[in-house]
Design a protein around this ligand. Structure first.
Ligand code: ADP
Ligand code: GLC
Length: 486
């Protein structure tokens, strides 16, 4: 690549913080493109595209309308509006149309409505590039919501000179969410079932597997998860396909936004602190205890959970394990919403132990900062975890994770028993309440030894979770792919 020839990269995603965030995917799209831009300097022009969700409209960010263009459907055509805004210096396009927006939530939670929204988004984002005449070298898609754009390059646009040099990378943040239910919308947009013999039959009109089949490179968000998805236990029926195509699969661990998540400058907490001023962390605990009506005692170990209440997160293990520890002194605060059954169990257990356990069922960014800052022990017993950001945020706040040894948790937490001197948390392997209970008991024991606990906190707080490392690895892939594309 010559110095005058910038690599054009389009980063496509369903959410991006601070415009729209449902989970870690929003954190990633809100931070990674900007970090890639800063790291690459003049070499890369990276832009972001997301749907113009209702929640973004409510925030009323400064946007400019670029114009309108059609995408073809069986019934005729669908008019799309393209807007532009700025996200941390990254040119960010917002796509709107009846199908993509409809004043809709980021995710409807209904397979066919989401299928239609994101199938149209995937085609429209490519047409948007033609509309502004910005030829892309690399399409960087994320999860099933934009995976169809990758497949479209091979299926709908195979012979289109505008996309002839476009290479595609697909980052998988969560394999089980494959976009099942999009087939009607796909047929309407002119997609044909994929004939790749390596794919299972159920996948021939399913967005994520089609993206995997069409992508030049597949990245998942940790090396640990990249290995796990090659096995039937974690592969969601795609492990066979992935094993056959291992050469294009790798894992890159996410980072966290070190400015947003900084205990020294955090505006949402009453008492900023650092490794050298950890006594102030206890003042945050006292604040939280007061705010939630818990006994105010800085010596009591405070367990915290900040999570979607989802099967994935192993939340049920917490409810099963915690009664066995009830004879010990601790407090537990759970912040999260999600599956009705888990919300109900969280309410029940909080009612059963009113002086120990509080369940707060909402999405609350400010409160999440307070929990990370006040907590001593962060619970993350995920059944599977592609990367996980919460545990990295917790560590940055000296809130020591107790987590299952899976996916990105394995790659980001150093286990106390594997390496006591360098440890940043506690890992357990068994997918059981017993496994979690034993790990929590270990953590409670170590917590009593102030010196060792301080070492854990110091290690955790000084770990490098910057986006820079991930950005460099993605850039390496962009460069490898672009060698043949321009
Ligand atoms: P996932 O994306 O699977 O939900 P991650 O650990 O990657 O898990 O990211 C979760 C992100 O969502 C973190 O930034 C976490 O702080 C945030 N989060 C989860 N639940 C809540 C909540 N109830 N209120 C505020 N933030 C939350
Ligand atoms: C998904 C995964 C989570 C990961 C996040 C960002 O939501 O569940 O493990 O951290 O994406 O990549």
């Amino acid at each position: 690549m010559s110095s005058t020839q910038k690599l054009h990269v389009l980063f496509a995603c369903s959410e991006a913080e601070p415009l729209a965030k449902v989970g870690g995917l929003g954190d990633v799209a809100g931070a990674l493109p900007a970090e890639i831009m800063r790291t690459a300097g003049e070499q890369v022009d990276i832009r972001l595209i997301i749907p113009f969700h209702a929640v973004i409209k409510q925030k009323n960010p400064p946007v400019g309308l670029i114009g309108s263009f059609p995408i073809k459907t069986k019934a005729g055509q669908l008019l799309c509006d393209l807007y532009v805004t700025d996200l941390d210096g990254v040119i960010t396009y917002l796509l709107d149309s009846d199908g993509i927006n409809h004043n809709s939530p980021v995710y409807y939670g209904d397979a066919s409505l989401d299928g239609r929204k994101y199938a149209q988004f995937s085609v429209a984002l490519l047409e948007a590039m033609r509309f502004i005449d910005w030829q892309i070298n690399i399409l960087h898609a994320n999860d099933w919501h934009s995976a169809l754009a990758v497949y479209a390059l091979k299926d709908l646009y195979q012979a289109d000179p505008f996309f002839i040099h476009t290479k595609a990378i697909l980052t998988v943040h969560n394999l089980p969410y494959n976009g099942f239910g999009a087939d009607a919308a796909m047929t309407d947009l002119g997609f044909t079932p994929c004939r790749d013999p390596d794919l299972p039959d159920w996948a021939r009109l399913t967005p994520l597997p089609l993206g995997l089949a069409a992508a030049d490179r597949i990245v998942t968000v940790s090396p640990g998860y990249a290995e796990e998805i090659l096995t039937p236990d974690y592969g969601c029926g795609l492990d066979g396909f992935l094993r056959l195509h291992q050469e294009k699969l790798s894992g890159i661990v996410n980072g966290i936004d070190l400015e947003k998540w900084n205990p020294e400058t955090d505006e949402y907490i009453g008492h900023p602190y650092s490794i050298d001023r950890l006594h102030s962390k206890q003042l945050n605990k006292l604040d939280l205890q007061r705010e939630l009506g818990l006994e105010m005692n800085p010596e009591l170990p405070l367990f915290t959970v900040v999570s979607r209440l989802d099967f994935q997160k192993g939340i049920g293990l917490i409810f099963d394990a915690i009664p066995d520890l009830a004879h010990q002194n601790w407090q537990l605060v759970i912040l999260g919403t999600g599956a009705k059954e888990l919300e109900e169990r969280a309410r029940d257990i909080a009612a059963a132990y009113p002086h120990k356990i509080i369940s707060i069922q909402k999405y609350d960014d400010v409160l999440s900062h307070k929990l990370y800052a006040s907590g001593d022990i962060f619970l993350m017993p995920s059944l599977y975890e592609p990367c996980g950001l919460s545990q990295m945020i917790a560590m940055r706040y000296g809130n020591i994770p107790v987590a299952r040894a899976t996916g990105g948790l394995k790659n980001t937490i150093i286990d106390f028993y594997a390496s006591p001197e360098n440890a940043t948390g506690f890992l357990f392997a068994e997918k059981s309440a017993e496994g979690l209970k034993n790990a929590l008991e270990s953590a409670l024991n170590v917590f009593k030894n102030k010196q060792i606990w301080y070492r854990l906190q110091r290690n955790a707080m000084s770990a490098d979770f910057s986006w820079r490392r991930s950005a460099l690895q993605y850039l390496q892939i962009y460069q490898e792919l672009s060698q043949n594309s321009i």
